[in-house]
Design a protein. Structure first.
Length: 71
């Protein structure tokens, strides 16, 4: 994954929203564009948002990301 892979990752996540494709897009944002994060979701443009889905609290009081959805 590189800085210039965004368009391909976004297209794959929208057209085929598997866990792997959504996670790849989230990883791209985490690496290259944290300014798109508002504390709840990544703004991926065209009115779409990539939102993490959290699991149960673990023994450290953290809520792990178990998936993503495009809303």
């Amino acid at each position: 994954m590189g800085r210039y892979d965004y368009e391909d990752l976004r297209k794959q996540a929208i057209e085929n929203p598997t866990f792997e494709n959504l996670e790849a897009l989230a990883n791209w944002f985490s690496t290259y564009d944290m300014s798109s994060w508002n504390g709840e979701f990544f703004d991926i443009g065209d009115g779409l948002r990539l939102k993490p889905e959290y699991g149960e609290e673990d023994e450290n009081g953290c809520f792990p990301v178990v998936g993503y959805s495009i809303i």
